[in-house]
Every structure is written in C-alpha cells, then in structure tokens.
Design a binder for this molecule. Structure first.
Ligand SMILES: Cc1cc2nc3c(=O)[nH]c(=O)nc-3n(C[C@H](O)[C@H](O)[C@H](O)COP(=O)(O)OP(=O)(O)OC[C@H]3O[C@@H](n4cnc5c(N)ncnc54)[C@H](O)[C@@H]3O)c2cc1C
Length: 413
C-alpha cells in the first residue's frame, strides 16, 4: 500500500517560496544542535531574531488567526512550512508551543492580546511550570500556593524539570553551564486549600524576571538545561490569572491535551531510523535475516507513529471530537522511541553509544543522544503509564471516565 501524500501544484509553488526565503535568510552553518551546550550566544541571538522574522511572516504558527499574531494560513501551507523548516534543520522553531492553546481557550481578549499575540509572533518564550518535587504523575497533589493580597496574588512554591531547550552555553568563566532563556512562565498554584481536588487551583502566568524567582540548573541524563525553580512571595496581578480562581486544573488540561499529541504532528521524518538504515546499508551491518526483520519492524513502527500524528492533525484541523487519540500518539511516540533505541543497538552494536566528543561517533553523536533521549522522553507531559491510564478512562475500561479537554479546535468560541 502506498501511504505517500501527493502535493498539489499550488502547494509546490508555495514550497518554492518558503525554500527560497529560507535560502536567503538562514546563514550557512546554522543547524539544530544536539544539545543546547552546542549553541553559542551569537547563534542563540540569531535564533531569537529568526523566530521573530518567522512570526512576522505568519510562519511560526501558520494556521493560527492573524488577529492574534498567527499566519491565518491553511493546513496545506502548514505542512509545507514545517517540512521546509525541518529540511533546513533550523533550531528554536518549536519553543513555547504549549502555551497558546490554553491562552486561546481560556484567556480574556486582553490576555490574548497581551500574551498570546507576542507568543505567536515569536517575541516571547515561555516555560511550563507544572511538576513539583512531590507532584508529577499525580499533578493534582501540587503544593505551590497562591494567596490573595489586595488585587494581587502572592505565589510560593517549588517546581522541577522546567525548561524548553531554548538556550546556549555560557563561557568557561561561568563553569560552561547552559543558560536557558525565557520571558514568561505558566504555572499552577493552589488558590483555595479547602476546595476539593481539581477545583482548588489557579493557572497563572509569571514574568521570568519577577522578584522572588530563583532558578537552579539540573544535570540530567538528557543534558543540561532543565531547571529547578523556587517561587518566594512572587507577586502577580489578577490579570495574570487564566480562567477562574479555581479553574486552573481545567486550563492545564487544555495545555496537556496538546502536549500529549491532540493537535497532531506533521513532520514525518525520524532521523534516528533514517540514520540506522543508512549505517546498516553503508557498513553491511544488519545482513542477518533476524536483523533485517529488526530493521523492518523499526521502520514500520515509526511509520505508524507518523500516521497517528497525521490522523490527529487532520482531526484537529477538521474540528473532530478527540478521545484517546492524543494520548495514543504520546504512548506510541514514547514506546516506539525505546523500541527504536533497542533496535539501533541490536543492529549496529556499540558504535551508536559513541558520543558527540568522539570523532568516530556516527552522525556527530546524534545516535548516542537518541539513546539517552529515548529514555528521558518517556517522562515529559505524562509517563507511559499515565498515557495508558488516560486512554483507559477515555475508552471506558476504567472505573473513572473522562473526556478530552477543550482545545482551540473543539472549544465553542
Ligand atoms: C526531560 C524532561 C522534561 C520535562 N519538562 C517539563 C516541563 O517543561 N515542565 C514541567 O512542568 N514538567 C516537566 N517534566 C516533568 C514530567 O512531567 C514528570 O517527570 C512526569 O510527569 C512524571 O512525574 P515524576 O517525575 O514526578 O514521576 P512520578 O510521578 O513519581 O512517577 C514515577 C514512576 O511511577 C509511575 N506511576 C506514577 N503514578 C502511576 C499510576 N497511577 N499508575 C501507574 N504508574 C504510575 C510513573 O509512570 C513513573 O514511571 C519533564 C521531565 C523530563 C524528564
């Protein structure tokens, strides 16, 4: 069966426009780094500026409405833009992708102009501050508090694993640490400790430079960059509360619906699988019939992920009601990444474990990065087990039933 999508002549004309613009505007040598630690400050500043240029053209969030800073374009344009950006291997284009949906569904008109517009225009970067040391999978157990102080809120608490792969390596004078940059942070905090679970928290957006915010870099298997964040009497105005005072859980579900994959995924390439196939061909590894099957399984595994992503994209664009679909995408993405990592080691042996500092590392260490990221990637936005729980609740085989949260696709405007 041929699953390939055929492009129309109009799409191909638009592709040429995008490609020409990228050729003119992306300097030689700019590539998506394996790790923030490989980006220097100069390149990072270029990425920040490039995001604004893309935003101004409406190519950063192509299908979002122009009144809020999006491109007002169709899904057909979106697929071409994303494919060409991916081919050009430009970094930084997906920073801040998690905030817009919640802002669009739950924000007031003023909040949309103040926060959504600059996000869609690439002018600000945001971090998601949900997880806490004692609240990950069981997010509703979070302890960060927001207390009323006149017209303002004072926020106190601690968040972990925050960041957005949007930063650069500091000089050796600063221990060579990675500096992650952000302008705003969206977070959850208990506003009414006496109210029942899920009805007791608010969703706030906090300026990154607000007094009382301190950060500490975490050194994780995936590399540096994630932050532990302390909020000490951080003052924010009521205009920074999205949804009602105790509706934060519902607002966060919109964010998570998209984080799980409820908006779909357009760009079909899986670099690790392509690299594994190329190395297997070039080196003659994988000739044994068992390994041929391993290679074929990995290829099919990732084609299934591609099709789930495309199906969800189509459902989102067509305003179809979602159920298990987002979490199915997340579950397959996380599990197939682990299966692919196993297949890579099985077929290619230990070579893929050579890291970026080793001149013999294939693809500059990309496969070693994939090995680590496939493990770490099982956690963000809900673990494999949590995705299974959500699917069970949505297909009706759990004691608890739940429906998909509203997104800009399904929410009534
Ligand atoms: C690389 C990375 C990036 C991240 N980025 C962000 C970010 O930007 N913002 C943010 O807020 N958070 C972020 N996170 C945090 C992430 O959302 C949490 O790690 C995740 O939700 C799991 O929470 P936990 O780490 O506290 O593990 P726990 O909740 O303690 O879970 C530990 C283990 O128990 C299992 N488990 C827990 N409950 C159940 C259950 N009911 N049934 C079956 N199994 C269960 C889990 O699946 C897991 O295997 C990131 C994490 C990582 C690793």
């Amino acid at each position: 069966m041929d699953f390939e999508y055929r492009y129309s002549s109009e799409q191909e004309v638009f592709r040429t426009e995008v490609r020409d613009w990228l050729n003119e505007n992306v300097p030689e040598g700019i590539t998506n780094p394996l790790d923030n630690a490989h980006t220097d400050r100069e390149t990072f500043l270029w990425i920040k500026d490039f995001r604004k240029q893309l935003g101004a053209k409406g190519w950063l969030y192509p299908t979002w409405p122009t009144e809020y800073g999006g491109g007002g374009l169709t899904g057909d344009h979106d697929i071409i833009i994303k494919e060409e950006l991916e081919k050009a291997d430009v970094p930084g284009t997906d920073a801040s992708a998690l905030f817009p949906a919640a802002a669009a569904v739950w924000g007031t008109e003023e909040q949309k102009q103040q926060f959504l517009r600059p996000t869609l225009q690439g002018e600000i970067a945001l971090w998601q501050l949900f997880t806490e040391p004692g609240a990950g999978s069981d997010l509703a157990s979070l302890r960060t508090r927001a207390t009323k102080d006149g017209d303002d809120w004072l926020i106190n608490g601690e968040k972990v694993f925050n960041g957005s792969k949007f930063g650069y390596k500091l000089g050796d004078d600063d221990n060579g640490d990675v500096h992650e940059e952000f302008d705003e942070m969206f977070t959850l905090a208990i506003t009414d400790p006496d109210a029942p679970r899920h009805r007791n928290m608010g969703y706030f957006i906090i300026p990154g430079d607000a007094p009382g915010v301190t950060t500490q870099t975490m050194d994780l298997l995936s590399g540096q960059g994630k932050q532990q964040i302390y909020l000490d009497n951080v003052r924010v105005g009521n205009d920074r509360l999205f949804g009602g005072e105790t509706q934060g859980w519902q607002v966060a579900q919109t964010t998570l619906e998209l984080e799980h994959g409820g908006g779909g995924q357009l760009v079909p390439r899986n670099h690790a699988v392509e690299q594994m196939l190329q190395l297997a061909r070039d080196t003659g590894a994988g000739q044994h019939p068992h390994l041929v099957h391993t290679l074929m399984d990995a290829y099919i595994d990732n084609q299934i992920l591609r099709l789930i992503g495309l199906r969800n994209y189509w459902m989102y664009e067509a305003k179809q009601e979602m159920s298990y679909h987002g979490s199915q995408n997340s579950l397959w993405r996380k599990e197939s990444a682990l299966r692919t990592a196993d297949a890579i080691r099985e077929v290619l042996g230990l070579t893929p474990l050579l890291n970026q500092d080793d001149p013999k590392a294939p693809f500059g260490g990309a496969l070693e990065t994939h090995q680590r990221e496939s493990l770490v990637g099982a956690h963000p936005g809900g673990t494999i087990e949590v995705q299974k729980v959500i699917i069970a609740r949505r297909i009706g085989v759990s004691r608890t039933r739940e429906r998909a949260a509203p997104t800009p696709s399904t929410a009534k405007s």
